[in-house]
Design a protein around this ligand. Structure first.
Ligand code: HEC
Length: 175
């Protein structure tokens, strides 16, 4: 019984400390501040484990179709490059101010599964600048971008621009 009382007392003190911390204004929410190592580890581990736990019901379609990739580059160029940039382009002012930064999607495509890339694109990541594209786009409009990401690591500034020009009229962001 005494142990139970002690545990409850510790939880109460901890709860009051957390509420006091929130009310105090000590924590600086500015995007110019970087996270301390403990918060970084907590946030990254939570994100990785959360995404992994939600991938089992996603099955990527055949992403090797050239037409799908051409649709994808147009959509990628319209929807993603402001934050993630494109090969051969300097980062935008918006991208420079993001915290956490938007990672290079060519590297992400080499390291992550198509299902992971799709899940993040569809659902976004809360409390970062990464929006949920699934709010405004069907799955069929998101898979072409993921198909394009499979070839993004092979492109430099010149071949990216060439592929973009050859994709005229493809994708739901075609102009
Ligand atoms: C408004 C800015 C913004 C736009 C636009 C945006 N993203 Fe992101 N994205 C981010 C940020 C910021 C992160 C990093 C989130 C984090 O660190 O948890 C991110 C992370 C990701 C990741 C996770 C990569 C990894 O290695 O963990 C993927 C995949 C991704 N974005 C895909 C896309 C795609 C595809 C598009 C376009 C359809 C897009 N994003 C558009 C800001 C953006």
């Amino acid at each position: 019984m005494n142990i139970l009382k002690s545990v409850l007392a510790i939880m109460l003190v901890f709860g009051i400390a957390v509420i006091g911390f929130a009310y105090s204004g000590i924590f600086n929410v500015a995007a110019t501040q970087s996270h301390d190592p403990v918060s970084s580890w907590l946030l990254e581990t939570t994100r990785e484990r959360s995404i992994e736990a939600r991938l089992s019901d996603i099955q990527a379609p055949d992403l090797s179709d050239e037409k799908l990739r051409l649709a994808g580059i147009n959509d990628f160029d319209s929807m993603c490059t402001e934050c993630h940039t494109a090969p051969g382009r300097p980062p935008s002012s918006l991208a420079k101010g993001l915290n956490p930064p938007a990672p290079d999607l060519a590297e992400a495509a080499l390291e992550e599964s198509a299902e992971m890339l799709f899940w993040v694109t569809r659902n976004g990541i809360r409390m970062t600048g990464m929006p949920s594209w699934g709010v405004t786009h069907d799955d069929d409009d998101i898979w072409p971008v993921i198909a394009f990401l499979q070839v993004l690591p092979d492109l430099d500034g010149y071949s990216y621009q060439e592929m973009l020009e050859s994709a005229e009229g493809e994708g739901h962001h075609a102009e």
